[in-house]
Design a protein around this ligand. Structure first.
Ligand SMILES: O=C(O)CCC(=O)C(=O)O
Ligand SMILES: [Fe+2]
Length: 503
């Protein structure tokens, strides 16, 4: 369950993957590194220019001399010059050749190293890609070519990208996914070239493929591939031994079939894919009753369902308010955490990948205005509720299935303070091009982000117990920068407004 805003060591980490807004600075850093690389190229060019022009002159003299050596050397002007330059000049050229090039530029890269994504970042990014592929059942080969859920984008991955994904999946023992990514890497390497220091050996990739195939019990495919590698290096004893081992495996398991690859599709996944059965709309209305203000400015309100009570508001936050929230939040985004009951603190978890900034009710005119609006929308008292949260999701950003209410048995301290989370209000600050829905798998409801809309639902039943049907999740974002703003409303101070709620 989610907790209060207690910053922890882990939440301070950069975690590049987990918010699109947070990744913006990586592009700025990349531009700096490229400028530095250009200076490096410039240094190399300067030296190349010195060497090439000297070389041309020296070669001309030598070529001329060798046309008629005797004649050349019989002239003292020539013979002295030859002795002198060979005694002296090559010492200077040697020293010049030894001089390192672009040391400042090398230092610059070294200096920036701690701002570059870490191995943890890369692992998080690979985890996020896996999440997208698995949740939406995408084809790895299509994805590598920039086809996401049937829509073509004009971008693609190279062999280094898909091989990195393959190694991640291999380590996770997802050998089927690993095989798919490796297959792409091999095809790419056969048609394209990588710059020298990034070189990836085709045979290395093929040998990992052999192992991934074996792990999926595709012995014959593995053997066939290994034999083709051996054909290109017939004297490699290691490969010959491996091929003998695989032949033995085949002899010992003659009837083995490739491990079938089927995954049970969950209600969560069906929801995220937008495949719940279509429901009739209950009704749309203008809310003019929750507060006196609404008689003047009614809210466009759509009843999603009655139990648990859930309503969708349209155009409830304006573009300029959205811009205001994003500008306030962007410099303060920190990795979102989840309250851990055993450790009694907030921790970073892979089940919630986004960045968040929190704002007190009175932080500025905008937060005051939005809190007043939430009170109008819901009829609830804001006093004693949690701060506004502005969240931005990153690569494959999601929030796994959870309830917003606290499990009273475990979290008595938290609940005692201001009561449990009676309701949640979630504003959508952006449209999301693909993915990123808010899904309620128990009751088969999905709400896709719509800029300016907000969803509100009650987390508690009339008796104050948590309503398990409010289980929900933020589906992984496929394409888009998903921004939301949410408010968790607490129960304690509602007695005046909702006198009969706790029966
Ligand atoms: O972003 C979403 O769609 C849901 C977020 C959520 O459930 C939460 O922050 O508690
Ligand atoms: Fe939630």
């Amino acid at each position: 369950q989610d907790g209060k805003n207690i910053p922890t060591q882990e939440s301070q980490e950069q975690s590049h993957t987990t918010s699109v807004a947070g990744m913006v600075k990586l592009l700025a850093l990349e531009a700096e590194l490229l400028n530095n690389f250009a200076s490096y190229a410039n240094e190399l060019e300067k030296k190349l220019e010195v060497v090439s022009s000297a070389l041309a002159k020296m070669r001309a003299v030598n070529n001329q001399a060798r046309l008629n050596t005797e004649e050349y050397l019989s002239n003292p002007i020539n013979s002295f010059a030859l002795i002198r330059r060979m005694q002296r000049d090559w010492t200077f050229w040697q020293l010049y050749m030894e001089q390192p090039i672009g040391e400042d530029q090398v230092d610059f890269v070294e200096q920036k190293r701690n701002q570059l994504p870490s191995t943890t970042d890369l692992e998080e990014a690979a985890t996020a890609v896996h999440r997208i592929v698995a949740t939406y059942d995408l084809q790895p080969l299509e994805m590598a070519d920039g086809i996401l859920n049937g829509k073509r984008y004009n971008v693609s991955w190279n062999a280094l990208d898909t091989y990195a994904l393959a190694l991640y999946e291999f380590d996770q023992k997802n050998h089927n996914y690993a095989s798919n990514w490796i297959y792409h890497a091999i095809m790419w390497l056969k048609q394209n070239e990588l710059p020298e220091p990034l070189g990836l050996k085709l045979t290395e990739v093929q040998l990992v493929y052999v192992e991934a195939l074996l792990q999926s019990d595709r012995y014959q495919d593995a053997l066939q591939l290994l034999k083709s590698v051996i054909a290109s290096q017939p004297n490699d004893a290691r490969l010959l031994r491996r091929s003998a081992e695989i032949e033995t495996l085949i002899r010992l398991n003659p009837n083995i079939k490739p491990k079938p690859f089927h995954k049970h599709t969950t209600s969560y996944e069906i929801g995220c894919r937008g495949q719940y059965p279509v429901k009739n709309k209950l009704h749309c209305t203008y809310n003019t009753t929750a507060s006196p203000f609404l008689r003047l400015a009614p809210l466009k309100m759509e009843l999603v369902r009655l139990d648990p009570y859930m309503v969708l508001f349209h155009d409830v936050i304006s573009p300029s308010e959205i811009k205001g929230l994003q500008e306030m939040a962007a410099p303060n985004l920190k990795r979102a955490t989840v309250f851990n009951v055993e450790q009694a603190r907030n921790i970073v978890v892979s089940t919630r990948t986004s960045k968040v900034a929190w704002f007190t009710d009175g932080f500025n005119e905008l937060t005051k205005r939005l809190n007043a609006r939430i009170a109008d929308m819901t009829g609830f008292e804001m006093y004693g509720s949690e701060m506004l949260q502005v969240m931005n999701y990153g690569l494959g950003g999601h929030y796994d299935k959870h309830h917003d209410y606290f499990d009273v048995a475990n979290d008595t301290d938290i609940v005692r303070m201001n009561g449990n989370r009676i309701a949640t209000v979630l504003f959508y600050l952006t449209d999301v091009e693909q993915g990123g829905g808010t899904v309620f798998p128990q009751i088969q409801e999905i709400v896709f982000p719509k800029r300016g809309a907000a969803i509100m639902w009650y987390n508690l039943k009339n008796d104050g117990q948590g309503d398990t049907n409010t289980l929900h999740a933020a589906c992984p974002v496929i394409v888009g920068s998903k921004w939301v703003c949410n408010k968790w409303i607490r129960e304690r101070h509602q007695f005046r407004r909702r006198p009969c709620f706790n029966q």
